[in-house]
Design a protein around this ligand. Structure first.
Ligand SMILES: Nc1nc2c(c(=O)[nH]1)N[C@H]1C(S)=C(S)[C@@H](COP(=O)(O)OP(=O)(O)OC[C@H]3O[C@@H](n4cnc5c(=O)[nH]c(N)nc54)[C@H](O)[C@@H]3O)O[C@H]1N2
Ligand SMILES: Nc1nc2c(c(=O)[nH]1)N[C@H]1C(S)=C(S)[C@@H](COP(=O)(O)OP(=O)(O)OC[C@H]3O[C@@H](n4cnc5c(=O)[nH]c(N)nc54)[C@H](O)[C@@H]3O)O[C@H]1N2
Ligand SMILES: [Mo]
Length: 807
């Protein structure tokens, strides 16, 4: 989230699109209800299904799955053409005035630089036009044909209201009514928040859908504002912590990135990452990358990391294709390229797409370790569960080890929520039976590995032998010690312009104290400040809110620097006064930036200095034009899901290369695993229920009583066509397999008219499997396709094709 759960109460409009927070985030959803109660906020729900959030919404529309870019792209065009965007904000705080280099173009669904063979772009033409000093050229009038504003305007002129109706299936009148409402939040004293989750992420174009949402918010001047922002409602209680601490296969802690094969030398890596300002007087905060990186290497390797050996840079793996995300890993398993695997808190058989493929992969491993408090489907993949898991154990040679772990309530630690708050929790009960904490198990594995390297040597032992392990109980590092390690410490006295800021041995106060000379260590720079010399900041429980704006700086601790709303300098005008006096967050008092929140800005930079508010980007501006980060192009473009109910992409109907996302993750092995809309005519999507948490609450009797059995949602009209009555058993089939379930026949799903044809959608809850106490069922992911977003590799769980029959 750029903002926070509590901050939702400040919104005038809540756009719930690509998420169903009343169902999947019922506790956080109270803030939406507060917004409605406090200020008559309008809730808009846009979803393929009329869902529990829709039930309390003021406006609602059905949308075809996987088409949100068309709706949002059309909105961008509407805001520009109707002149209903936040002029001063856009001109001063965004890249709208930046000029793009000559040579950049877009034609027939593709940007310049596409390589058909490698399914990748050469991005060199997607760049800004720089002057002799290396600064970006701008046209403050926004008239230059190559300025971002005009390029964006031209790009989205194709996204007319007629096109939105044709692709998304939303009547033009409804589209215009919702756009008109949303445009109201361009006023300085009105804000809209966007709440999204998997209905946006789990598509082959997921990252680009989210970017389109961010562009809308920039145009409306809603970024940095209380009640604004782009807010990802995260899933598992600590999944925000997982990405923060760098547990994705291409990341290092604090969103630093693992080196790539082109950066074999330390100097090249640092040069790639350090960003110098693209406009005069700008901050470009990543210019401090080396401080974060060196301090992390000191946390990893202690005294072994020295300037002479480039802080052990050579010990880090260098990423090359293929990458090592989970899609690749499973694909490698099926090709017999993997010997063993650890599934820690990951029920991969149930949670990953194309169950048959995952099953094949697991069956080819020599060994599998499952670290889990429950006996889940993954640990039992080799057992025959009748039609629900029809395997012959005699044919499977994989040796499976189950290591029972504790649950969160049986250990201390911090949990980072969607608001970026790190909240400390205390152990409530001792571990049952033989269960051990995850840290204890991993420490045991590490120490045994290290001993083997010590005794037997082996290839490349240094990174294992030199890893720092200074915990008071080496067999079980405590949560407190680990937290202090990610917060960071001074390894020598730290000075700033001759003034002592931190004494050797002390915990750091924040990442401003980090140094690139080896005198500080810090496991995760954005978490620096969580546990300081003042104590455990995450354990604070003062909920006072002095400005009555939902900002409680004494409650827990938020990264970065305890800041609650990112980019909050943008909540004030260029002259430093708040856009909306009733929604004051930070402001210039004549000497410094002050206010309810921790300013996201150099606190003594006077407004006249012209430092722009998005201090992490090189030009200090929010970006409409993304020159390098995403694989598909600098402006989001609509592509059809890999399995689409229509035969071409209505935005570029004559170019087969632009039918689907041209850089989606598709493996050659899976080419034959996708179905066509002739055999599988219905668009399916998957979803959650409040009463179950994935596959684990089917181990709990009460949950299994309130939602006892697998079902699918079928629209009343489709049910009538197929002769299906409520409660009938149906079989839902995709190219990859079938599941059986009870039919819930409902008016909450409606047929849509898409490009002249009728498209029915089917909703399939993800819950239920073949372990636990609930009624056994086929896994939903028997049906889903093995294809991922081109940037994040997130599988396309939310748009695929099925057929339905009564059994
Ligand atoms: N009770 C409960 N709560 C949970 C979970 C749980 O299992 N049970 N899981 C947690 C986890 S890990 C996560 S990630 C979150 C997920 O939270 P959500 O993403 O909110 O949950 P979903 O039900 O998967 O999907 C949300 C909605 O997206 C819609 N949708 C599908 N495709 C599209 C599309 O193309 N466009 C639009 N606009 N909408 C679409 C679906 O119809 C659905 O209503 O929930 C968390 N909370
Ligand atoms: N079709 C479809 N598939 C989906 C989705 C969808 O919307 N549609 N959503 C996707 C999403 S967003 C997610 S997050 C995944 C969820 O997929 P998973 O994360 O694999 O599913 P869970 O069942 O939440 O958790 C996995 C295991 O963690 C165990 N566990 C709980 N606490 C602990 C602990 O403290 N330590 C350890 N070691 N284990 C623990 C649980 O017992 C459980 O067996 O599913 C994905 N799959
Ligand atoms: Mo999730």
């Amino acid at each position: 989230m750029t903002n926070s759960w509590v901050d939702i109460r400040n919104a005038n409009i809540v756009l719930s699109m690509g998420g169903n927070s009343a169902e999947a985030h019922p506790v956080g959803f109270r803030w939406v209800m507060h917004a409605k109660e406090r200020s008559d906020a309008i809730l808009i729900s846009i979803d393929p299904r009329y869902n529990r959030t829709t039930a309390v919404a003021d406006y609602h529309t059905w949308i075809r799955t996987g088409t949100d870019i068309v709706f949002l792209g059309g909105l961008i065009s509407y805001l520009i053409e109707q002149d209903r965007y936040a002029h001063e904000y856009v001109r001063s705080y965004t890249d709208a005035a930046h000029l793009v280099k000559e040579g950049f173009g877009f034609e027939d669904g593709l940007f310049t630089g596409y390589d058909e063979v490698r399914h990748q772009y050469d991005k060199s033409s997607w760049n800004f036009d720089l002057d002799e000093q290396g600064f970006v050229r701008r046209d403050e009038t926004l008239q230059h044909p190559r300025c971002v504003f005009q390029l964006m305007r031209r790009h989205y002129s194709r996204y007319s209201v007629e096109m939105v109706e044709k692709v998304c299936g939303i009547p033009q009148k409804t589209v215009l009514q919702i756009w008109d409402l949303i445009a109201g939040s361009a006023a300085p004293d009105k804000t809209m928040t966007i709440l999204y989750a998997l209905g946006w992420t789990q598509h082959s174009v997921g990252s680009q859908i989210i970017r389109t949402g961010a562009m809308v918010q920039l145009l409306l001047g809603n970024m940095g504002m209380p009640g604004g922002g782009v807010n990802a409602l995260r899933g598992h209680s600590n999944i925000q912590g997982l990405t923060d601490i760098g547990l994705l296969s291409n990341l290092l802690p604090g969103y630093m990135v693992l080196p790539n094969a082109k950066a074999q030398r330390y100097e090249d890596y640092i040069q790639q990452r350090v960003r110098e300002p693209l406009l005069p007087n700008q901050v470009s905060y990543w210019k401090y990358y080396e401080r974060f990186f060196v301090s992390m290497m000191k946390a990893f390797y202690g005294d072994a990391a020295r300037a002479e050996n480039n802080w052990c840079y050579d010990w880090l793996p260098k990423l090359s294709e293929p990458l090592y995300d989970v899609l690749y890993a499973v694909n490698d398993m099926t090709n017999g390229k993997m010997t063993g695997a650890f599934c820690q808190g990951f029920n991969i058989l149930a949670a990953f797409p194309n169950k048959a493929k995952v099953l094949d992969g697991l069956s080819k491993l020599k060994w599998l370790v499952v670290m889990d408090p429950l006996a889940n489907e993954t640990g039992e993949f080799w057992k025959n569960h009748g039609d629900f898991n029809d395997v012959d154990p005699a044919q499977i040679q994989t040796e499976v080890f189950r290591l029972p772990t504790t649950c969160f309530a049986e250990d201390d630690g911090s949990i980072t929520n969607s608001s970026r708050w790190l909240q400390w929790h205390h152990r409530a009960a001792p571990p049952p039976g033989l269960a051990m904490t995850d840290t204890g198990i991993l420490a045991g594995v590490f120490r045994r590995l290290q001993r083997l390297y010590q005794e037997e040597g082996g290839a490349f032992p240094e990174p294992i032998l030199n890893l720092t392990w200074n915990y008071s109980d080496e067999a079980h590092p405590s949560a407190a010690e680990l937290a202090q390690e990610y917060n960071g410490r001074a390894l020598a006295d730290v000075e700033d312009q001759g003034r002592l800021v931190r004494r050797k041995g002390e915990l750091l106060n924040d990442f401003g104290e980090l140094r690139a000379d080896g005198s500080t260590s810090c496991g995760c720079w954005i978490y620096s400040g969580a546990w300081t010399e003042q104590g455990n900041m995450m354990d604070r429980r003062d909920n006072s809110d002095p400005y009555d704006i939902g900002v409680t700086l004494g409650w827990a601790w938020a990264w970065p620097l305890n800041r609650r709303i990112l980019y909050n300098r943008a909540s004030a005008r260029p002259d430093g006064t708040p856009w909306d006096p009733a929604r004051r967050l930070v402001w210039w008092n004549g000497e410094r930036w002050v206010g309810a929140d921790v300013p996201d800005y150099p606190v003594t930079a006077a407004p006249e200095q012209g430092v722009k508010p998005f201090i992490l980007t090189e030009s200090g501006t929010g970006h409409f034009f993304s020159s390098e980060w995403l694989g598909e192009g600098p402006f989001p473009e609509h592509y059809e899901p890999l399995e689409s109910p229509i035969d071409n992409n209505p935005l570029s109907p004559n170019n087969p290369l632009a039918y689907h996302n041209p850089v989606a993750r598709v493996f050659a092995e899976d080419r034959d695993s996708f179905g066509s809309n002739r055999d599988f005519p219905y668009a399916a999507t998957t979803c959650r229920l409040t009463e179950h948490f994935h596959y684990w609450t089917t181990h709990v009797l009460l949950n299994s009583i309130v939602q006892p059995e697998k079902f699918v949602e079928i629209g009343a009209q489709l049910a009538e066509e197929l002769g299906i009555a409520a409660g009938d058993k149906v079989r839902v089939r995709s190219k990859r397999g079938y599941i059986d379930a009870v039919a819930v026949v409902t008016k909450r799903l409606r047929p849509l008219t898409i490009d002249g044809r009728t498209v029915h959608q089917v909703g399939i809850p993800i819950h239920w499997g073949f372990t636990g106490v609930a009624k056994k069922a086929h896994l939903t992911n028997t049906l889903t396709p093995f294809v991922g977003d081109g940037n994040t590799q997130t599988p396309e769980f939310k748009s695929f094709l099925v057929n339905v029959e009564k059994i």
